[in-house]
Design a protein around this ligand. Structure first.
Ligand code: EPZ
Length: 425
């Protein structure tokens, strides 16, 4: 397994291009199952999760061609000949559950492995299943799989989500495009990735209103056509790299960055003493004069502070002046980066869903372990400003959601390299 070595190297200067959104692409790709016409996605990110979704769709008989160095995905499921999503693929990536709604909507049957939990929480899929049942699906859970049937097709329904769920909103939204009649999704997720999916589905001929608000209304249609759609900018990659100059000093321009994707996050950066300026090519970020100030953070569904940036924000607050409290309200176990940051000298107390961070003047490099995707990059961010050398192991977590991290950070002056883990490590 590879390791990434980071050495504190002073302020950063230059520009970082931001890729297409992993979490948009992972719901746009299954949309190909809704039609036998070709779907082309541009601005696609080059990530291991995308390769996993590609393998899953290909196992169902769909064609997925990766073009233009992986930034264009040409998909077609006219040859769909298998409606079973196997556990050996689904267990690698929870987003695999997003093939359930589209397959059911188009062909009236699907067998999809239950995804199981992951490091940050149990992550059930009950809301996905309840939404599809409300639309008339008959679901039978056995042997770790969901056996789903909708013999006469799905029918429109009013679905009121008790908890905001990005994935359940996406599954229901895709299924509703081909259901008979009208579907109303209440307490729907409002993330930019939902808006991106709705815009793509509309290009395919779907009739959707209200995406981005808590209520989405879908009029089912007989069939959907093909489309070409650009994947929206990855706001989590964007926020992650905005924190690099915030932690190290200097000034970095994030190409393709948009403030509307991260308003709550940018508000917190401003409070902490980080300036964010819109430019013709994206966002320019610099630390204002003086030390970063402590701020409190509560993670919430969009448009609140994103849970996917909580670990990275914690890395910034470890060296802030004062004490910050981070409250994680979305997942039950998303502070695994805290003990690793503590190895670098951070002072963090975790109690349930709260982490109290007492700022220290400087962190010190140390060997640390990545535990999940966003935790892995928070350790790299901390290492950028720490005294000495930080060695991050298990960086396969990183490859799921960040393309070319070493190149992007070296491009702004970071001292960072990727090595093969020594055999005796
Ligand atoms: C999506 O996961 C993202 N993944 C996650 O990003 C992100 O953290 C999360 O949304 C929240 O924004 C993708 O888009 C591929 P949820 P998802 O359903 O859809 C509970 C990353 O780092 N819940 O909004 O799985 C759930 O346990 C990843 O890129 C149920 O109880 O998240 C959680 O507490 C990590 N039952 C809360 O809802 C359900 O059926 C929000 O989960 C579904 C969810």
């Amino acid at each position: 397994m590879d390791q990434i070595i980071v050495r504190g190297n002073g302020p950063l200067h230059g520009e970082i291009p931001i890729a297409g959104a992993k979490n948009a692409c992972l719901t746009l790709m299954p949309a190909t199952l809704l039609t036998d016409q070709p779907l082309t996605l541009t601005n696609a990110p080059r990530l291991s999760d995308i390769r996993t979704m590609t393998a899953l769709l290909q196992s169902l008989g769909a064609e997925v061609a990766s073009l233009n160095d992986g930034t264009v995905l040409a998909l077609s499921s006219h040859g769909l000949d298998n409606h079973t999503a196997d556990y050996d693929i689904v267990r690698k990536m929870r987003a695999s559950i997003l093939v359930l709604g589209p397959m059911l909507a188009r062909d009236g049957h699907a067998i999809v492995s239950l995804p199981g939990g992951c490091a940050i929480g149990a992550r059930p899929v009950d809301l996905h299943l309840k939404a599809l049942e409300a639309m008339g699906a008959e679901l039978d859970l056995r042997d770790g799989y969901v056996h789903a049937k909708a013999a006469g097709g799905l029918k429109g329904a009013v679905i009121d989500f008790p908890v905001v769920s990005v994935g359940a909103t996406e599954n229901a939204l895709m299924a509703a495009t081909l259901a008979r009649g009208t579907t109303v999704l209440k307490n729907a997720a409002r993330e930019p990735e939902i808006v991106d999916l709705a815009q793509c589905l509309r290009r395919m001929g779907a009739q959707i209103e209200g995406e981005g608000s808590s209520t989405i209304t879908i009029q089912g249609v007989q069939a959907l056509g093909g489309a070409t759609h650009p994947v929206v900018t990855d706001r989590i990659e964007l926020g992650t790299y905005m924190l690099a100059p915030a932690i190290c000093g200097g000034e970095v321009e994030l190409l393709g960055g948009r403030i509307d994707l991260l308003a709550a996050f940018c508000e917190k950066l401003d409070q902490a003493g980080v300036s964010v300026t819109e430019t013709a090519r994206g966002l320019k970020v610099a630390r204002k004069n003086g030390r970063i100030r402590a701020v409190d953070v509560v993670t919430e569904p969009f448009p609140g502070f994103p849970t996917d940036l909580q670990a990275q924000m914690m890395a910034l607050l470890c060296t802030a002046e004062g004490t910050s409290v981070l409250e994680e309200t979305i997942f039950e176990n998303r502070f695994m980066h805290a003990p690793e940051l503590a190895r670098m000298g951070a002072r963090i107390e975790v109690h349930g869903g709260h982490a109290t961070v007492h700022g220290v003047a400087k962190m010190r490099g140390a060997p640390v372990m990545a535990t999940d995707l966003r935790a892995s990059v928070s350790l790299i961010l901390a290492g950028l400003a720490a005294e000495g050398e930080t060695i991050v192991s298990r960086v396969y977590h990183l490859d799921r959601g960040y393309e070319k991290v070493v190149r992007k950070l070296r491009g702004v002056g970071a001292d960072i390299e990727r090595i093969k883990e020594p055999a005796d490590a």
